[in-house]
Design a protein around this ligand. Structure first.
Ligand code: NAP
Length: 266
């Protein structure tokens, strides 16, 4: 069976990788793209990446009415992504969302809509399978190693720090880590920020440099041993295996699933 896909954000860095992934997957078919500027120039850019003519739509409702899709993928920005996803679910089309930054209220609304429509929706802030495994392994290690610090490194155009993945790592570690005051009880910073951010007693250090993409090390310390769990994304291609998995799983999903770990059967 072929999975018919509509993609929003096809000219973006993630979107163009997604086109290549869809075109390389014989069970997937890209039937349309949603673009905020459906100009002839943009259409030809997308057709060049896809290697064939893909209908381009500007109006979300028209796109969903005129096409017959199984899955909608959003790789845009939070406000537009929320509207697109709401519209897809309203049309009974399963949604896979990589766009990050939805508010809790938006997530709750999408969850209610997906449940009401009995339609699958997978929202994953990180599609890199290795990053999801890094968090999972960190959670396992935290049971035995309560002393932990996180170093995350990203390209210098990233606005927020610490990264969402670093914050999520702290959340999952907390599920298994005994509460502990780390470091010397009287430690102090002679230069402000030297010890990084502190989330629930876990220190997070953020590095921003050109040349980096998305990298994280979770370092656990104990008596005479150190355990480092490290993940590197070198290119946006690293997110495509997880995106493909989400598209495959979403048609068997009922309601909203937040996070790829829930479909990875860990
Ligand atoms: P990008 O290169 O900036 O691409 C964003 C795309 O969204 C562009 O095509 C842009 O079109 C389009 N867009 C912007 N505003 C829009 C609007 N109001 N309506 C419709 N389309 C709009 O960004 P990216 O790196 O591809 O990332 C895309 C999204 O994925 C972001 O939310 C990012 O945080 C997220 N992301 C997720 C993962 C993951 O694993 N889940 C990994 C990396 C990134 P214009 O060119 O016209 O502006």
């Amino acid at each position: 069976m072929t999975t018919r896909i509509i993609l929003a954000g096809p000219r973006g860095r993630m979107g163009s990788e997604a086109i290549k992934m869809i075109q390389a997957t014989k069970e997937f078919s890209l039937i349309a793209c949603l673009d905020r500027e459906a100009t002839a120039a943009n259409e030809s850019k997308i057709n060049e990446i896809a290697g064939e003519n893909i209908p381009l739509y500007e109006q979300t409702d028209v796109c969903f009415q005129e096409t017959e899709a199984d899955v909608f993928i959003d790789l845009t920005v939070p406000d537009a992504g929320y509207i697109h996803t709401k519209e897809a679910l309203s049309h009974g089309i399963a949604a896979v969302v990589g766009t990050s930054g939805f508010s809790d209220k938006q997530l709750e609304e999408l969850s209610q809509l997906a449940t009401k429509q009995q339609t699958g929706c997978i929202i994953a802030p990180n599609f890199a399978l290795g990053a999801v495994l890094m968090m999972h392994f960190s959670k396992m290690a935290a049971k035995y190693f309560p002393d932990v610090e996180i170093i995350e490194k990203h390209h210098d155009q990233k606005l927020d720090a610490p990264s969402g993945t670093a914050k999520k790592t702290v959340e999952v570690i907390k599920e298994n880590r005994a509460k502990k005051m780390q470091g010397h009880p009287h430690e102090y910073e002679s230069e402000k920020g030297a010890r990084g951010a502190n989330m629930d007693g876990i220190h997070l250090h953020s590095m921003r440099l050109p040349g980096l993409v998305a990298h994280q090390e979770v370092v656990f310390g104990s008596n005479a041993e150190l355990l480092t769990i490290k993940h590197d994304s070198f290119h946006r291609e690293s997110f495509m295996q997880g995106l493909k998995l989400a598209v495959e799983k979403v048609l068997d999903t009922d309601g909203l699933v937040y996070g790829l770990e829930h479909v990875m059967e860990l």
